[in-house]
Design a protein around this ligand. Structure first.
Ligand SMILES: Nc1ncnc2c1ncn2[C@@H]1O[C@H](COP(=O)(O)OP(=O)(O)O)[C@@H](O)[C@H]1O
Ligand SMILES: [Mg+2]
Length: 438
């Protein structure tokens, strides 16, 4: 019997199990059934009394709805000395918080415990309730280590949330509180809110610390809202990748990106436990960048502007470099054409000069031949009329026997193909006709 403790008819109070914000939990004997129970009593007075009584009523009604091996059972609700109490199943193994004591647990055991709690959460949600304060201190351990969820003191009824009949007070424990709860967005509270909390418990079981823990309540809430949790495997490299993926999926800031139902989480954990690949997928770099951008729109806009500027600069430099390369190629081609033209002109000049000098030489030869005395009759070239024909002036063509053969032979030897006397000269004028060269 506890000295100075309340008197509750039908129960013998043996000791104190715990003390919370609004009351005390005693270990007691149910005298009618002779079994040990936990007696949870409201001890507040004055103004706080009404609030505490209301919450107590909610809790009693909530727990009374639930029958599950992993949820602490309620036996009786009553009043003693004007104070409400409820008799609960006694769970002797203490809290999960005490059992963890900041020490990382075996991954497989942690996943198993999380799977059990996910199953219990599914039952809570199926009863139309959201726990809203799931944390290691509200998970009790039976003698055989079975985990049981307790403390439905701030549980919300889903139909109240839908009808928005609950106030916007932020309640819960910051390190395990989902962002929507931390923001007081009670309209967004739902099963994923509890899934976040269970993800935080799994994280703590694996790493020995909750995902967010600041220097104070404000700091912790700020981390919950703005930071990503340090990946489990960074703190615990040996943690299986699939288990980390499951855990981080529970801790997605956006409730829509978490498991939508506790049963899905239980199923994925069972997959892991039975060696099957989990259904959760890790977010890729792009997804992570988008999440970051959603969380920090101003910084994202600045970064995007910077990236755009750099991209534009790179594009300009690339286009300019390509244009330069094309221009250089064009320049080279033009230079080659010019070089070929000059070579051709030079070749033509040389050919023209050669032809001209040959004509000159031929004309000099013809003039000398014309000045020679005629050959005596009876020579090799005599023919009908030859002896009678006197030598003619040098410039006339056609009648001379000595000039044409020499000239035509020279032309055949020196003229390039297609370059007749009428062809264009390098200067664009006509090539001097035989005999016209001065
Ligand atoms: N059914 C129970 N069996 C054994 N211990 C309990 C039980 N319920 C509560 N306790 C102990 O009392 C503490 C406070 O209980 P809880 O229901 O969480 O109340 P509070 O709303 O004050 O947090 C728990 O941390 C635990 O140590
Ligand atoms: Mg509690």
């Amino acid at each position: 019997m506890v000295r100075g403790g309340p008197r509750v008819p039908g129960y013998a109070i043996l000791g104190t199990l715990g003390r919370g914000a609004m009351g005390v939990v005693y270990r007691a004997t149910d005298l009618r059934l002779n079994r040990t129970v936990a007696l949870k009593m409201v001890l507040a007075g004055g103004h706080a009394d009404d609030d505490a009584r209301a919450r107590f009523r909610v809790e009693a009604q909530a727990v009374a709805r639930l029958q599950h091996p992993n949820i602490v059972q309620i036996f009786e609700v009553g009043e003693a000395d004007g104070l409400p109490f409820c008799a609960l199943e006694f769970v002797p193994g203490g809290t999960l918080a005490a059992a963890l004591a900041g020490v990382p647990q075996d991954s497989f055991a942690a996943a198993g415990r999380a799977a059990v709690l996910a199953g219990a959460l599914a039952a809570v949600h199926a009863a139309g309730l959201i726990h809203c304060d799931l944390k290691p201190a509200n998970v009790l351990l039976a003698a055989d280590g079975t985990a049981k969820i307790t403390d439905f003191g701030i549980a919300k009824r889903l139909d109240d949330i839908a009808a928005r009949t609950i106030d916007g007070q932020v309640m819960g424990t910051p390190s395990y509180m989902a962002p929507e709860q931390a923001e007081g967005r009670l309209d967004r509270i739902g099963p994923p809110t509890d899934i976040w909390a269970l993800g935080a418990i799994l994280y703590e079981m694996l790493t020995g610390r909750p995902p967010f823990r600041g220097t104070g309540v404000r700091d912790t809430l700020d981390q919950v809202l703005t930071r990503d949790p340090v990946p489990v495997r960074r703190l615990l490299p040996g943690c299986p990748r699939d288990l980390e993926t499951v855990c981080l999926k529970c801790l997605e800031k956006d409730p829509a990106r978490r498991y939508s139902a506790a049963a899905e989480l239980a199923d994925d954990l069972t997959r892991y436990l039975t060696g099957r690949p989990v259904l959760a997928r890790r977010s890729g770099p792009l997804e992570q960048a988008l999440k970051w951008a959603r969380r920090y729109p101003y910084r994202a806009a600045t970064a995007a502007a910077g990236i755009l500027l750099v991209a534009a600069a790179v594009a300009v430099v690339t286009v300019q470099a390509r244009a330069d390369r094309v221009q250089a190629r064009v320049d080279r081609a033009e230079a080659e054409v010019r070089r070929q033209e000059v070579a051709e002109l030079r070749r033509r000049d040389e050919a023209t000069n050669r032809i001209t000098s040959l004509y000159r030489r031929a004309e000099v030869g013809t003039a000398e031949a014309d000045r020679l005395p005629p050959k005596p009759p009876g020579g090799a070239t005599s023919g009908p009329g030859s002896s009678a024909t006197p030598p003619r002036p040098s410039t006339s063509s056609g009648g001379s026997r000595t000039r044409p053969p020499a000239r035509s032979a020279t032309r055949r030897r020196n003229c390039s193909p297609g370059r007749g006397p009428g062809s264009a000269t390098p200067g664009g004028g006509p090539t001097p006709a035989p005999g016209s060269a001065s």
